[in-house]
Structures are given as C-alpha cells and as structure tokens.
Design a protein. Structure first.
Length: 225
C-alpha cells in the first residue's frame, strides 16, 4: 500500500509560497501569544547583621517549574471533523500509537526520524485515511532530546528540506514529486517538542501540524511553546 497516495478525488493545493508563509505566520502568532511570568519582587531588605547561626534559606527560582509534557488524544490534536473537511467525507482515524510509530507513515529513508520517535518518552502518532483507497496522512507529536533534535535537523537539511526560524521555533519543510504521488512534510521543533505531519502536500501537512501545536500549547500552559 502506498501510504502517500492521495484521495482519488484529489485535494486542492494552495501555492507553496502562500502555505509556507502561513506556517511562519502561525508560529509567530503562537510565540507572541505566550509570555514568561514576571520575576518576583526582591522581597524584604536583608538584616544589617544576620545571626551567625542562621541556616541558608532555600533558593527561590524566578521561573515556574514546568509540568510533565501532556499530549492530547488524536481526536483533540486534529478533530475528525477537520480531517474530513480536509481529506474527504469518508475519512476515518485509522490508528493511534506512540512516538515509535512515526516512521510508519513516511516513505523517506531518514534514520533520524526513527531515532527521534524511538527515543521519545512521551509521544503520540495518528493516521487518518480513506477506507479502501490506500490514502493516508499522519501526525506525530513527541518530546525530543537536544541531541536528537540536532541530528534530525541535519538529516532533514541533507535530504533537501528548507528551514526557517521564527521566535524560537524551527520549521523544516519539503514538498516534492514522487513516483506515484507528490509528498509534503512539515516538522516543527520548539524546545523539547517535535511536531511532524506527513501527507501529499503542504495544504495537508501545515493545517494538521498547526492544529496539533495549538492543542499541545493549550494542554501545557506551564511550557513556553
């Protein structure tokens, strides 16, 4: 089964330049929406001569401690109603797995994708498709270690992806013709978060990746995504 084959009715693609601009604008908007909590006040003045027997006080951090990464279910990351509007009325959620399933919906032989997914301690992979058509698109959202993020970025750039930065977020994207069907790939790297959407074009992958990122931000208010 060719996992990159699009629906037989076809999906109308917006011009690549407009879609990429939209992706960058979305990331800028998300970055502007978040803010770092203000640092606490300096507190009361120190006594002129503290007691010599006094124990050192606890260190107070100006930054709140982030809660563990929480990943919503597939139906929240990209609701089925949106999937059907994007892909076709018969679209179904085929599969929900973890980060190690990231490579199962891509035809790219990029080992760094496998590694990033396998090393994720928290991950969610979703496949949507049209029954009896062989057409699917996929999404993986997972945590990523700095070393894996660097390896992934280098591997994608070596495979012809283009990259741009937008206020702390790295976007790596590729749209290309294939032997049977065109393919589109969108990766977002933000701190310890990796969002990866694969389909037939940017008109599929960008809205899926954007929706997932928005939902992860909503579920992780103590993390600066």
């Amino acid at each position: 089964m060719d996992v990159l084959q699009g629906p037989k009715t076809g999906v109308a693609s917006s011009p690549v330049r407009a879609i990429v601009a939209s992706a960058g604008a979305f990331l800028v908007a998300l970055s502007l929406a978040g803010c770092t909590p203000a640092s606490p006040d300096g507190g009361a003045p120190l006594p002129s001569q503290p007691p010599t027997t006094a124990e050192p006080g606890p260190t107070v951090s100006s930054e709140p401690e982030a809660d563990p990464l929480s990943l919503p279910e597939c139906d929240t990351l990209y609701p089925i109603a949106d999937a059907r509007a994007l892909w076709g009325a018969a679209t179904e959620l085929y599969f929900e797995g973890d980060g190690s399933d990231a490579a199962h919906f891509t035809a790219e032989p990029i080992a760094a994708i496998d590694t990033a997914g396998a090393n994720a301690t928290v991950g969610r992979t979703c496949f949507w498709g049209l029954p009896n058509s062989g057409a699917i698109f996929g999404l993986t959202v997972a945590d990523i270690a700095p070393t894996d993020a660097d390896l992934l970025s280098a591997a994608l750039m070596g495979a012809g992806y283009f990259s741009f930065e937008s206020r702390g977020a790295t976007s790596l994207m590729l749209e290309a013709d294939g032997p049977i069907e065109a393919s589109g790939r969108t990766h977002y790297l933000i701190d310890d978060l990796w969002v990866y959407a694969a389909g037939t074009s940017f008109s599929i992958t960008v809205p899926v990746a954007n929706s997932a990122l928005e939902q992860v931000r909503a579920a992780n208010l103590t993390r600066d995504y």
